[in-house]
Ligand binder design. Structure first.
Ligand SMILES: NC(=O)c1ccc[n+]([C@@H]2O[C@H](COP(=O)([O-])OP(=O)(O)OC[C@H]3O[C@@H](n4cnc5c(N)ncnc54)[C@H](O)[C@@H]3O)[C@@H](O)[C@H]2O)c1
Ligand SMILES: [Fe+2]
Length: 377
């Protein structure tokens, strides 16, 4: 793969990013300085009970019902609360699910647009409230990005909205907020962050302005993820992963993911496997499949992860599969009760996600996807 230095790229990041232990309080300080008084926090029940960590000096409206992998019904419930609150600022406080819904609330509330109107690229007409993102997992990097994903009620497909109006005005990344993440979720979200970096680094649209974040993100995950799983109270390890997730977010905006994410999506949409867990299960399969198209870059990924270099797909697969298993990730479809007779439907759905498959460095057809699912059975 040749990387074209003169290929145009557009880089858009939040104008202000606060990073580090104890920064959560900056959320309230920033909102006070802006003079906002009507504040809406978007969170799951777990974080709704912790809004005092955000340094507010007044009462705030809290939508406490964000579900993992939120669907359109969950979004509609949020929009009802958001319109009643007439918020000047929306705060996403949680994992990718809460941050993605916060983005949508900031642009849809009182807009006259519905979710159906804004699916796709740059269909949003404007931002209706300021947006602050405070991640509590180190995985999605949604705090730095301009995309939101929500599940369609009938088809269960992930609907993707992309808009620069959904960019956070402030991202507050306090790694201490992730100290409570249990080991299995730490592993799954950590491999999600890793996959963002790897899929951008091995992408058809890979670009030198982004490669440095991808490679460094991979190094950070290789170094800190095993330590954070072994000892969840290791604050340095947590900070390393928060930085990796942010770098993954930097990668996602201009480059985005490839086949790995596309093939992982049906596990979530059809079988309710959490996003990170689905991505981790597929990760070694997609990396090994792509190896012949991007051998040097695959070798660089393994080196950055701290694994022996390999260029033969089966060796790549074995090394990365073993590494994921060692982290405690569930690496078989049967671990999630996914039956063999659903694999053809899953392959159809994954193969239809052209927005990601078109980024893949190697052509991937439906049978390739089916073969990966079969190998994971
Ligand atoms: N916008 C993007 O660019 C982007 C990128 C990747 C994924 N996503 C989306 O993000 C969602 C997944 O996000 P996620 O993996 O962060 O998980 P999540 O937000 O769905 O949270 C998973 C679970 O972890 C809990 N949790 C969160 N923080 C915790 C903490 N500090 N301690 C204990 N429990 C905690 C939540 O309450 C929830 O039950 C999916 O919908 C996915 O499609 C978006
Ligand atoms: Fe992801």
């Amino acid at each position: 793969m040749t990387i074209n230095l003169i290929c145009p790229i557009s880089l858009i990041y939040p104008p202000r990013i606060e990073f580090g232990s104890g920064t959560a309080q900056v959320t309230g300080q920033w909102i006070r300085a802006k003079g906002f008084t009507r504040i809406l926090v978007v969170a799951s029940a777990f974080h709704a009970a912790r809004v005092n960590q955000l340094g507010f000096d007044r009462s705030v409206t809290v939508f406490a019902e964000v579900k993992p992998e939120p669907d359109v019904a969950n979004l509609e419930a949020l929009l009802g609360v958001a319109e009643a609150a007439d918020a000047q600022v929306v705060v996403g406080f949680g994992g990718g699910s809460s941050m993605d819904l916060a983005k949508l609330a900031a642009v849809l509330s009182r807009s006259g647009q519905s979710i159906a109107d804004i699916i796709g690229v740059e269909k949003v007409t404007g931002k209706r409230a300021a947006l602050v993102q405070v991640p509590t997992t180190s995985g999605t990097g949604s705090e730095a990005g301009i995309r939101a994903l929500v599940t369609h009620l009938q088809t269960r497909n992930k609907l993707a909205v992309q808009s620069t109006h959904m960019l956070a005005d402030l991202a507050v990344i306090d790694p201490d907020l992730t100290l409570s993440v249990p080991p299995a979720l730490t592993a799954a979200t950590g491999v999600d962050a890793l996959a963002h970096c790897v899929e951008c680094f091995t992408n058809r649209k890979a670009h030198p302005t982004i490669d440095l974040y991808g490679l460094e993100g991979i190094r950070l995950v290789g170094r800190w993820l095993p330590r954070a799983i072994a000892d969840g109270t290791n604050r340095e390890a947590r900070a390393g992963l928060s930085l990796a997730a942010l770098y993954g977010g930097f990668c996602l905006g201009p480059v985005n993911t490839t086949a790995g994410h596309a093939i992982a999506y049906p596990l979530g949409t059809r079988h309710h496997v959490a996003h990170g867990a689905a991505v981790a299960l597929i990760f070694p399969h997609a990396l090994a499949f792509n190896t012949p198209a991007v051998p040097e870059r695959t070798a660089a990924v393994l080196t950055a992860l701290g694994l022996p270099t390999a260029s033969e797909p089966q060796m790549v697969f074995d090394a990365v599969h073993r590494w994921c298993t060692g982290l405690g990730c569930k690496m078989w479809l049967s671990d999630f009760g996914i039956p063999e007779d659903d694999l053809p439907r899953m392959a159809d759905e994954a193969h239809a996600i052209r927005r990601l498959l078109d980024n893949n460095p190697r052509e991937v057809d439906r049978n390739d996807i089916l073969a990966m699912y079969r190998a994971a059975l």
